[in-house]
Design a protein around this ligand. Structure first.
Ligand code: TPP
Ligand code: MG
Length: 672
């Protein structure tokens, strides 16, 4: 005789399984097999360990749950529904439909309780590491004896694909190195990926691999349906304070399906009506029922709402006591959680004078960062082993290290992908404002995470230096040419390439106030002049994306010269030469296309006068995209090949970035 509790467990687990099967079947699209197999794991975690409040999914001290294998989204939607999140059975029935709250892969911001957007394998585990880093940092900064206001776990479910992806190595290595004891991952060792058996392509000893990364590893083998064993594993993982934990379960994809279990077919297609019936029969489920949620399951799993309210109320009390004992810290904590910089945060940012130059924009960025960082104590970040070059190391604070998480500098190591994705995880966690830095060329190593940060609308800041052929002798392997175009192509991604030190100061300001998406500062290695702002347009024009730096002499310019970053000095000099020839030119500095696009048409027409068709854009990168600004009547000086290993000056000359060349092309436009 099974005990009543056991029956309720089984009923709940089978509800998760059948909801996933039915939703995928109805959508005629999706991934049923993994939710079916991992239902017990999710059930145990969500009903016995996860501390969360379904009525308030953004409660700060909740545990974070990341479904790194995002294709198994129905697993997450089912437990969200059953534990009482604002996700109805109708939402589940609308799985994968236009406008639904249950998209194919989990999307943060769309579905209450979805902590991060996953689907590209490997990203979720990296996000989870970032979340655990943020938790560890905030705990170190804010907790006091008897006042543990920051105290939660980060859980992640990972699949074979997650661990085949190199990205997971970066994140796991970092997490192990930092000893993130509150990170607990489960690995779904089902030995199946899309093409079939993992034996086709994968024979890692995952346990030993993670042990080598200094993780605490438990291999449960076949006990994936043994709730006692699963529960014990989570308890042990929690008890392990100094190392991240990995729980390995040998699961069977499509569990219970007579013809699909252990087959790749259970991964990416509906089971089919008949197979659904046969599987339900195996579970002891009414074969004809669809989207059946037994009332006792809702009652049982729905207890999460009462428990969550209690957990949050307890925490509120804890925080009130903390506020009484440490009012200043409590105020700082609240400010950090708000995500907004304090009102006077930028008042120490220097203004640069022409005599302060020439100065590389990366150097100016370092000065700006040092100046305002003390006023934004929750800003933290670091570089992919290039801090001496990117100038992103904060003074007056240390590095985050194992057991000492209060530092604000992060040594990401040479792990650009993890850097970007962990920054996203930190931003998702909240309470910190993360940045990552490296050379612009290496955005290629981080791009999937950059794209997801934009999709998810995360306020991450990237500091990318050595931005063109102007980096010189390191040559074409290190000289970005297509990167600006590639980054500008990402929706909701804001690229700012400042032209001088004062534009840098405003670029940082723009980045700091942008809270609905990522911002990238693109900076030079080489020195640039500091423009005389008493004579020229103000650098605050950066906030509008493009602005008139140097006006024409007459009522209407004959040509508009447009450039970003290091090429603005060229068009400034060209304007002077053109004046000598009697050609009246306007100089527009255009550090950010995205910020400019966001301006009203009226402003855009003031800067790029529609009646002036002679427009010349100059940028040391592929010309792709500039046509939007110069129009059919305009011209673009760009680079249509890879760079070259030579001194910067030589490169600019040989690639046509000279005043003479700019003047010649502008003249030709005017005379056309
Ligand atoms: C980066 C990336 N590459 C490829 C895919 C396409 N894809 C989705 S799931 C999957 C593999 C499925 O195997 P596994 O990760 O073991 O998940 P399971 O089917 O066992 O749940 C692949 C290749 C992806 N989502 N992300
Ligand atoms: Mg698999």
């Amino acid at each position: 005789m099974q005990r009543e509790e056991d029956l309720l467990d089984e009923l709940s687990i089978n509800t998760i399984r059948t909801l996933a099967m039915d939703a995928v079947q109805r959508a005629n699209s999706g991934h049923p097999g993994t939710p079916m197999a991992l239902a017990p794991l999710a059930y145990v975690l969500w009903t016995r360990y996860l501390r969360h409040n379904p009525a308030h999914p953004s409660w700060f001290n909740r545990d974070r749950f990341v479904l790194s294998c995002g294709h198994a989204s129905m697993l997450l939607y089912a437990v969200l529904h059953l534990t009482g999140y604002d996700l109805s059975l109708d939402d589940i029935k609308n799985f994968r439909q236009w406008g639904s709250k249950t998209p194919g892969h989990p999307e943060h911001g769309l579905t209450p309780g979805v902590e991060t957007t996953t689907g590209p394998l490997g990203q979720g585990i990296m996000n989870a590491v970032g979340m655990a880093m943020a938790e560890a940092h905030l705990a170190a900064v804010f907790n006091r004896d008897g006042h543990e206001i920051v105290d939660h776990h980060t859980y992640a479910f990972c699949s074979d694909g997650d661990f085949m992806e190199g990205a997971s190595h970066e994140a796991a290595s970092l997490a192990g190195h930092l000893g993130l004891g509150k990170l607990i991952c489960a690995y779904d060792d089902n030995r199946i990926t899309i093409e079939g058996s993992t034996a086709l392509a994968y024979s890692d000893d995952v346990a030993r691999r993670f042990e080598a990364y200094h993780w605490h590893v438990q291999n449960l083998g076949e006990r994936v349906n043994d709730l006692g064993a699963l529960s014990e594993a989570f308890a042990k993982a929690q008890a392990e304070k100094d190392r991240p934990s990995l729980i390995i379960v040998r699961s069977h994809i499509g569990y219970g399906s007579p013809h699909r279990q252990d087959s790749e077919k259970a991964h990416g297609e509906p089971l089919g009506e008949n197979e659904v019936r046969l599987t339900k029969k195996f579970y002891g489920w009414p074969e004809e029922a669809r989207f059946l949620v037994p009332a006792e399951v809702l009652g049982h799993m729905g207890r999460a709402r009462d428990q969550g309210a209690k957990l949050e109320a307890e925490w509120d009390e804890r925080f009130a006591a903390y506020r009484r004992a440490y009012p200043e810290l409590a105020a700082q904590f609240t400010a950090a959680l708000s995500g907004k910089p304090p009102s006077d945060w930028d008042r120490d940012i220097p203004t640069f004078r022409p005599g302060d130059g020439p100065i590389a924009t990366r150097i100016a960025s370092g000065k700006v960062l040092q100046a305002f960082a003390p006023r934004v104590p929750w800003l933290m970040g670091g570089s992919g082993d290039l801090a001496p070059s990117t100038k992103t190391l904060l003074s007056g604070t240390g590095y985050v290290a194992k057991g000492r998480y209060d530092g604000r500098n992060i040594a990401w190591g040479v792990r650009e992908h993890a850097m970007a994705a962990c920054c996203s995880g930190m931003a998702l966690h909240g309470g910190v404002r993360p940045y990552g830095a490296t050379f612009l060329i290496f955005t290629d190593y981080a791009r999937p995470a950059l794209r997801l940060a934009a999709l998810t609308g995360l306020p991450v800041i990237y500091v990318m230096t050595h931005d063109s052929i102007g980096l010189g002798e390191d040559g074409p392997t290190h000289q970005p040419v297509e990167h600006l175009a590639a980054l500008r192509a990402i929706p909701n991604f804001c690229v700012i390439r400042p032209a001088d030190a004062n534009e840098v100061a405003h670029a940082w300001r723009a980045a700091m106030v942008r809270d609905q998406g990522p911002t990238m500062l693109v900076l030079t290695r080489q020195d640039l002049p500091v423009f005389d702002r008493e004579r020229l347009g103000g650098a605050e024009g950066v906030h509008k994306g493009a602005y008139i730096l140097a006006k024409e002499k007459g009522a209407l310019p004959e040509v508009i010269l447009i450039a970003s970053g290091s090429e603005v000095q060229l068009i400034m000099a060209a304007q002077e030469e053109l004046t000598k020839e009697g050609i009246d030119a306007r100089v527009v500095s255009m550090p950010s296309w995205e910020l400019f696009r966001a301006q009203p048409q009226e402003y855009r027409d003031q800067v790029l006068l529609p009646q002036v068709k002679a427009r010349l854009a100059v940028e040391a990168a592929v010309p792709m995209g500039w046509r939007e600004w110069v129009g059919d009547g305009g011209d673009i000086i760009g680079i249509n090949r890879f760079g070259a290993s030579a001194p910067a000056k030589e490169n600019f000359k040989c690639f046509g970035f000279t005043v003479d060349h700019v003047v010649g092309r502008a003249r030709a436009l005017v005379r056309r």
